[in-house]
Design a protein around this ligand. Structure first.
Ligand SMILES: [Ca+2]
Length: 207
């Protein structure tokens, strides 16, 4: 399934959820509210981390969800595996943003996992819009090659991304650790870049 298909799936799920919510709003209000959004997100897999967030967009949950790996025969000696992960922010019943990533058709060691401890919520520039930080790693290798690592931060609806690779200790030398910040980070406040570099450093070591 491509990201576009995933997006379409998520959109149709949201439409269904909106319709359900519309029905629920005509019913006693006890069944409406943020929990329905959270439950919908959580039902896609395992919730590996969640936090409450309140800012000028509203109140709700940030939730990180990992789907179960899917294994299937794909013609070679080893089976292939797919995995998908998602992160969501809800505020006052609205989904503010969504992060999707995937590793597909992997017939080596599949890595795709959030760092639950890296889920942070800040307001470094004090503008009443939270910055929400998410870090995860991914790859499909049969050796200890550095896995890709991504740090995504949303302030309000604006995405900031830092992409690179983990740092691997090979004994006599290190491999990896490089990263690149996107334009949103480069053009944003220095306090965002500083926080991003510190958070990156906390999780970059693979071993
Ligand atoms: Ca802010």
């Amino acid at each position: 399934m491509t990201i576009r298909q995933l997006g379409a799936l998520a959109a149709s799920a949201l439409l269904a959820a909106s319709a359900l919510l519309a029905c629920l709003l005509q019913a006693p209000p006890a069944f409406a509210g943020p929990a329905s959004s959270f439950a919908q997100a959580a039902s896609r897999g395992s919730v590996v981390a969640s936090k409450s967030c309140t800012d000028r967009l509203g109140s709700g949950e940030v939730v990180l969800v990992e789907e179960r790996e899917r294994e299937y025969a794909c013609g070679g000696d080893a089976p292939c595996r797919d995995k998908y992960i998602h992160a969501y922010r809800f505020a006052d019943d609205e989904q503010i943003w969504q992060i999707n990533d995937l590793v597909e058709e992997c017939d080596f060691d599949l890595t795709l996992e959030f760092f639950p401890q890296a889920l942070r919520i800040t307001d470094l520039d004090g503008d009443g819009l939270s910055e929400i930080w998410v870090v995860y790693r991914l790859g499909c290798f049969n050796d200890i090659s550095p896995r890709d690592m991504k740090l995504i931060m949303y302030e309000g609806r604006k995405k900031h991304a830092m992409r690179g690779v983990q740092l691997v200790n090979l004994g006599e030398r290190y491999e990896g650790g490089e990263y690149k910040m996107d334009a949103a980070f480069r053009e944003g406040p220095e306090s965002f870049r500083r926080y991003a570099k510190n958070l990156w450093a906390e999780f970059v070591k693979a071993n």
